[in-house]
Design a protein. Structure first.
Length: 101
């Protein structure tokens, strides 16, 4: 593992760029809420989409998941899939209740 000054400068520059992107995306999230006159559902959907981008930047660069082994990334993807399924179960049951009731 190289720790010379040029390598450290490259990493610091990468982190500063990611930090700047996170700041811009945070301003974009606030702008979506404050400036757009959209209904609540699309505004929340867009804000969640921006939050997903921000979370992926944090996980990829600050948590160093870009350099992780495939097994760890597979476990992470599997966790996300199970999480989404668990979130969809109440939605699907409430849709089923409305259709049958």
């Amino acid at each position: 593992m190289s720790h010379d000054a040029a390598e450290i400068d490259r990493h610091v520059r990468t982190y500063l760029i990611v930090f700047g992107a996170l700041l811009v995306l945070t301003v974009a999230t606030v702008g979506v809420w404050a400036l757009l006159d959209w209904p609540t559902a699309p505004t929340i959907a867009l804000a969640l989409f921006i939050a997903t981008i921000k979370a992926s930047l944090v996980a990829s660069f600050f948590m160093h998941l870009l350099s992780e082994r495939k097994l760890i990334l597979g476990v992470l993807v599997l966790t996300v899939v199970f999480f989404v399924v668990l979130l969809l179960i109440p939605v699907m049951t409430s849709i089923g209740d409305r259709v049958s009731g």
